[in-house]
Design a protein around this ligand. Structure first.
Ligand code: GLP
Length: 257
């Protein structure tokens, strides 16, 4: 299902409201969380919503999608740092309920296996929040990743390194490898919300709209999921066929309360 809103603010509000709805419905929810610039306003809105509705998150569990190999939790560009900065520092989710892949693990393969296992032990993901890379990656699952993949180490493509090096003051610090949840791990989430905003996502969203389910386009794996919502602003939807956009336009979401 597609939802298209006029503004990024409305998109972020909608995505945050979906997360909030899951937490309210399932106080012990297991949430799959994403990073990237798209999620900054989503988490800001989520914090606002949680506060307004006085929701307790002390029994929520989170698993992040991915992490760079070689960046410590304290590195300002690590996803660990990002998550605390934008979300966890403001919430009382117990530390033992917060999970991110360990990009500093001495045995990366073991760390990957244990990440997938821990999700299963915790009962699987109730909700997976996703962004998308300009090459169609989800998490850090780059084109041609097997749709049967579990958490694994990836070599980042030149396109991803170029896109993400904008966050690194010294471009040479941009890691070349990352750990990511596999595509099958993502597909096993009960509910998936993919968010894309801005004109730089228009081409990939059009490609995804028209694509068959094909490992060349990682996000196309999501088309086989029974509970997927793709949330776009007008800019990210600007290369979709006009009739499709008009049918999927949503009105601004009501406030959280
Ligand atoms: C990174 C992350 C993805 C994210 C993508 C988009 O590569 N690994 O999980 O979806 O970037 O990021 P942005 O929201 O900054 O465009």
């Amino acid at each position: 299902m597609y939802k298209i809103f006029d503004t990024t603010d409305e998109v972020s509000h909608y995505a945050a409201a979906r997360l909030l709805g899951t937490i309210k419905a399932i106080p012990t929810a297991v949430l799959g969380l994403a990073t990237g610039s798209t999620m900054v306003p989503v988490y800001a809105q989520l914090l606002r919503g949680l506060q307004q509705a006085a929701v307790d998150v002390s029994t929520v569990t989170t698993f992040n999608l991915d992490e760079y190999v070689g960046l410590s939790a304290g590195h300002a560009q690590s996803y660990h740092y990002y998550m605390y900065q934008h979300l966890f520092n403001e919430l009382n989710i117990p530390a033992q309920n917060i999970h991110l892949p360990d990009g500093m693990a001495s045995n990366l393969d073991e760390a990957c296996q244990s990440y997938t296992d821990t999700i299963k032990i915790r009962g699987g993901l109730d909700f997976q929040l996703l962004g998308i890379g300009t090459n169609g990656h989800i998490g850090f699952n780059e084109p041609q990743t097997s749709f049967a993949s579990r958490t694994h180490v990836v070599e980042l493509t030149a396109q991803t390194r170029l896109d993400n090096s904008r966050f690194f003051a010294d471009k040479h610090e941009m890691p070349t490898r990352a750990i990511t949840l596999g595509i099958l791990d993502i597909l096993e989430a009960k509910e998936i919300v993919l968010v894309a905003t801005g004109r730089n996502k228009a081409d990939i969203m059009a490609e995804l709209y028209h694509s068959e389910i094909d490992e060349a386009l990682p996000a196309s794996a999501l088309k086989q999921h029974a509970n997927l919502t793709i949330v776009l602003d007008r800019e990210a939807a600007s290369a979709l066929p006009r009739e499709a956009v008009e049918k999927k336009i949503a009105s601004a979401p009501a406030d959280f309360l």
